[in-house]
Design a binder for this molecule. Structure first.
Ligand SMILES: Cc1cc2nc3c(=O)[nH]c(=O)nc-3n(C[C@H](O)[C@H](O)[C@H](O)COP(=O)(O)O)c2cc1C
Ligand SMILES: [Mn+2]
Length: 480
């Protein structure tokens, strides 16, 4: 398969079939949604082959009401979701995505007449979210979350722009959930505020069990006015099929599994204490907080619906096995004219960024580090390595740090840089004053430019030789 080929799935079900064909699907019956589904998901995500999991016969729920987790946690399945050859080595797959992303042509959705999500509908008093196996993902979570990888759909009242991104959704009762915006700049928060300022509730839909291309799109930073639907269509090179929701009129993905329609109430009418919820840093950074409430007025679902679960987990586990934000930084470096970059990667669930480059001039490495540091959300550690080091291999990176970096000459600390209220190391008192910045450590783990050609030569195999050996002798090495 080439990266130009059509994405080989229509919806989540076909994606699961593809995952099964790759031998990466495990079916698990009888797990408890209270901490067991979350626990099994976290253990599996830490294994080298990191399988995807399809839970059925969930304790206390109807057989057929399923939960799918670790969908895109491996590099191979993250590539599959993007329509990129899952056989590529991870750094090559990320490079292919960086290139594809730069040339994507936004493709608006198309309306269709029929939608599988209307196979089952409940309205008004009939709505009962307790029918769906929303897991308690981590031990100290404040409640069950139906939305851990769900899209929230809203329409801008002025322009008609449809925003569709991922915000977590906690269940509080048979027809009540909360939707959590990290900060007021989230597009969902911006749109909701317009309705609230006009004294109205904000119509919205929560889409669970969406197409993986929508899951990827829901995580992208798109500008205001751009729709994640169009971006997902661009990834697939085929428009997302939508049908107007019977209650809200919002365009809803026809092939999604479970959809809630309703209204997000103005916070001066209602809020509910939300969280805490385990974060992707591996901590609970915030206590219970008041959060906007969605009154659910209709629920639709396919027969035997599948909830796409994507709980945050302790690093290195992350929702996406290819570091998509590193592809963004790679593009930023190219756009800034920093040439000869041979790779960009992020480790520790995006908290560490590594740039590999072929040094051309003195200061080249620092220039790359500064661009990368500027765009490393919450990342305290930025490392630059030479082109013979694989930035996606943490052992290779540590080898470069310990043999090429003289700390008294090649590290810098940048202060007051981009982090978040989720940063566990910012003291609570500082957060209370509005501090959400931290400092970043830059490590130039490169041969010093002035004498790089006299640096002791490496004795290890080159990446090229190592690959050739693996191809020729790999089978012999695997024999028992
Ligand atoms: C699995 C997952 C869960 C997320 N949960 C939240 C969340 O609860 N709140 C939030 O504001 N952002 C969350 N995000 C990040 C946003 O989806 C992401 O930053 C997105 O670009 C925001 O879209 P927007 O620009 O349309 O607001 C999550 C991302 C992923 C992948
Ligand atoms: Mn958006």
């Amino acid at each position: 398969m080439t990266e130009n080929q059509y994405v080989p799935y229509q919806d989540l079900r076909e994606f699961i079939t593809q995952v099964d064909k790759l031998g990466a699907l495990r079916r698990i019956d009888g797990a408890d949604p209270r901490f067991e589904i979350g626990g099994i998901t976290e253990v599996a995500a830490g294994e080298p082959d990191c399988p995807a999991l399809l839970f059925d016969d969930i304790k206390g729920f109807r057989r057929g009401f399923r939960v799918f987790t670790n969908a895109t946690v491996s590099p191979q399945r993250a590539a599959l979701a993007l329509g990129i050859d899952p056989g590529l080595r991870p750094l090559d797959a990320l490079k292919a995505w960086m290139a594809k992303r730069q040339t994507l042509r936004m493709l608006p959705p198309v309306e269709v007449a029929r939608a599988p999500f209307l196979q089952n509908s409940a309205r008004g008093d009939q709505v009962d979210l307790a029918r769906f196996p929303a897991p308690y993902w981590h031990r100290q979570d404040g409640g069950p979350y139906i939305g851990s990888g769900s899209l929230v759909i809203m329409r801008d009242p002025d322009s008609g722009w449809i925003n569709a991104s991922i915000y977590r959704v906690q269940v509080h009762g048979r027809d009540k959930v909360t939707v959590q915006f990290d900060h007021a700049g989230r597009h969902g928060a911006v749109i909701a505020k317009k309705y609230w300022d006009a004294g109205k509730a904000c119509p919205l839909a929560v889409v669970n069990g969406e197409d993986p291309a929508l899951f990827v799109a829901g995580f992208e930073y798109l500008p205001e006015g751009a729709s994640e639907y169009d971006f997902a269509g661009a990834i697939k090179r085929a428009p997302i099929e939508v049908l107007a929701g019977p209650k809200t009129g919002l365009p809803l993905p026809a092939h999604a599994e479970i959809i809630l329609e309703g209204e997000l109430l103005p916070p001066d009418q209602a809020t509910l204490p939300e969280g805490p919820f385990g974060e992707f840093t591996g901590y609970y950074a915030a206590e219970k907080r008041p959060c906007p409430v969605m009154a659910v007025t209709a629920v639709h679902h396919r027969d035997d619906p599948i909830l796409l679960g994507s709980p945050p987990m302790k690093p290195p586990r992350f929702h996406f096995g290819l570091p998509f934000r590193a592809a963004g930084i790679w593009s930023n470096l190219e756009a800034a004219g920093v040439g000869d970059v041979t790779g960009v990667w992020q480790h520790v669930a995006q908290l560490m960024t590594v740039v590999a480059l072929r040094q051309r001039y003195d200061g080249h490495a620092k220039r790359a580090a500064l661009v990368a540091a500027a765009n490393s959300y919450m990342g305290r550690l930025v490392v630059v390595v030479d082109e013979d080091v694989d930035p996606s291999d943490i052992n290779d990176v540590m080898w470069a740090i310990t043999t090429r970096c003289e700390p008294s000459e090649q590290v810098d600390v940048l202060r007051n840089a981009w982090s978040s209220a989720l940063d566990p190391r910012i003291p609570a008192e500082a957060k209370a004053r509005g501090v959400t910045s931290h400092s970043k450590l830059i490590i130039e783990a490169v041969k010093p430019f002035a004498w790089k050609d006299r640096f002791p030569p490496t004795s290890a195999l080159s990446q090229h030789d190592a690959r050739a050996i693996a191809e020729k002798w790999g089978a012999a090495l695997k024999q028992k």
